[in-house]
Design a protein around this ligand. Structure first.
Ligand SMILES: [Zn+2]
Length: 498
């Protein structure tokens, strides 16, 4: 058994090395690679992903996994869970022919490059054939991996195990029924919120200092976490001691980067605080995209957009921007950070209307994957849903169907994790509040006890526990979306005096 475990860990280290290299290349492409570097990168990705595919489906690994899984009682918990995860992954991968897998990786890299240009140029026509190709691949892969499921359910399952259209249809119907009346009430009789003081010029070099301060307050260890600048902020990590968050500075919008850093910082805290026993293990990461987003959106919204946090941040903001923010009180900041208004761009949306943006994407993805909507018809369908769900007219594809990077990265079935994650976050907060005086801590800028609470119940487990177990572990009860709609209704009724 000892020898089997040793060989298994050796195999894991090799697989991890390929993933590490691919991850660094991806990060490099998004941050500093010159535009013309794409073609060479594509070839390298082809070679590395072929090797990575071979490793994850290798016959030697299959034998090792069989021995380990037949002797579960004789091995430790971490090794057992690693064997289970790799075995599931192998089962999925084996069903996808290697040539198709490699061709897909290269197609995805190409689509991502074209999308960047198409977005800048408002040129959906240039991106459309690439998108059609990725959808075709995803539909085929879904059929290979889980032939017994509708294709979109198979894709959802990759990001949130067990999540189905049936569950999501009911979830979104409920969220829509509860939140649309609040959105309408704000429009009809909510107080007017003045955020005109945010329409100033905020020098980027000062915003960089603000990012450093936010990361420090969030207890993010800079020896293990770097911050880069990109068009579309994201977080990636290679192991718990090398996490990369990113942001985008807009001179005329202070809150945009502010909340990007808090959001990505939430992702980083999760990865940074996975257990030491999971260092460089495939389990040393978030349990699912929904749980990951629950952490980023917990810090971004529940902590970051709370009155307590803005009271704490106020002196720092006044120190950095004394002229720009002259006369602005903490309460004015709080209202500005929570102004609710149906809008065009998901990443700039307020908490209340956010899930409407997700519903648009969910409705479209279902049809694209089912084959009932073509990529040619997509922009018109997108615009129609924005009118229906948010009451806004989409002026161009840059602020419409081209706004997000997910589809160009072949990620279909990912978007619902944002909404589910927000709902998890509300429930987690309700549980945390029973044990910690959260607003009191936040107002003093003491986030360490909050991070420790989350580490104890969620972070340290990495992928050792499944999403549903983690929610039970943190909340003492199964997932209940009512916390989300109640939290939003209460918060926004107070803000708008409904
Ligand atoms: Zn996120």
């Amino acid at each position: 058994m000892e020898e089997t475990i040793r060989r298994f860990k050796e195999h894991l280290a090799k697989q991890h090395a390929y993933e590490h290299a691919l991850g660094v290349l991806y990060y490099d492409a998004e941050t500093v690679m010159p535009r013309a570097g794409g073609e060479g990168l594509s070839r390298t990705i082809g070679v590395l992903s072929e090797e990575s595919y071979r490793l994850s489906t290798a016959p030697e690994l299959k034998e090792l996994l069989q021995t380990l899984l037949e002797n579960k009682a004789a091995i430790d918990w971490v090794t057992q869970r690693e064997a289970e995860e790799l075995s599931e992954n192998m089962e999925r991968m084996e069903k996808i022919p290697m040539e198709e897998f490699v061709a897909y990786q290269m197609a995805q890299n190409e689509a991502s490059r074209i999308w960047h240009e198409a977005k800048v140029n408002n040129d959906y026509a240039a991106f459309e054939p690439h998108l059609a190709k990725l959808i075709e691949y995803q539909r085929r892969f879904a059929g290979y991996m889980r032939p017994e499921l509708p294709a979109y359910d198979a894709l959802l399952d990759q990001y949130e195990k067990g999540l189905t259209m049936e569950t999501l249809d009911a979830y979104f119907a409920d969220v829509r029924a509860k939140l649309v009346p609040v959105i309408h009430a704000i429009k009809e009789r909510g107080r007017k919120i003045d955020d005109s003081f945010m329409q100033k010029q905020f020098p980027v070099w000062k915003q960089r200092k603000l990012s450093d301060f936010i990361m420090q307050v969030m207890t993010i260890d800079r020896a293990c976490c770097a911050i880069g600048e990109v068009e579309h902020p994201f977080t990636t990590g290679f192991n718990k001691r090398d996490i990369r968050i990113t942001t985008h500075y807009h001179e005329d919008n202070l809150l945009s980067s502010f909340y990007s850093v808090v959001h990505e910082g939430g992702h980083a805290l999760y990865e940074l605080n996975t257990g030491d026993d999971l260092f460089c293990s495939p389990l040393g990461t978030g349990a699912s995209m929904g749980i990951h987003e629950s952490q980023s959106r917990f810090f971004e919204n529940i902590i970051g957009r709370s009155e307590a946090f803005l009271r704490f941040m106020h002196p720092k903001l006044m120190e950095l921007f004394p002229e720009e923010l002259a006369g602005v009180t903490p309460h004015m900041l709080y209202l500005a950070a929570n102004k609710s208004q149906p809008s065009l761009v998901r990443t700039e949306a307020d908490e209340l209307t956010y899930s409407m943006h997700i519903m648009v994407r969910y409705a479209l993805e279902k049809q694209l994957i089912a084959g009932t909507l073509s990529t040619k018809e997509l922009p018109a369908a997108w615009n129609a849903l924005y009118r229906e769900y948010l009451g806004v007219d989409v002026p161009d594809d840059t602020r419409g169907v081209l706004q997000d990077s997910h589809w160009s990265g072949g990620m279909f079935g990912y978007f619902p994790s944002y909404s589910i994650g927000s709902a998890y976050a509300s429930q987690i907060y309700a549980a945390m509040e029973k044990e910690l005086a959260v607003p009191t801590l936040v107002e003093k800028g003491e986030l360490a006890p909050i991070v420790a609470w989350l580490t104890e119940r969620i972070y340290r487990f990495g992928c050792l526990k499944k999403p549903a177990e983690l929610i039970e572990n943190a909340c003492g009860a199964p997932f209940d979306p009512a916390y989300y709609t109640e939290y939003l209704t209460k918060k926004y009724s107070e803000i708008y005096g409904l």
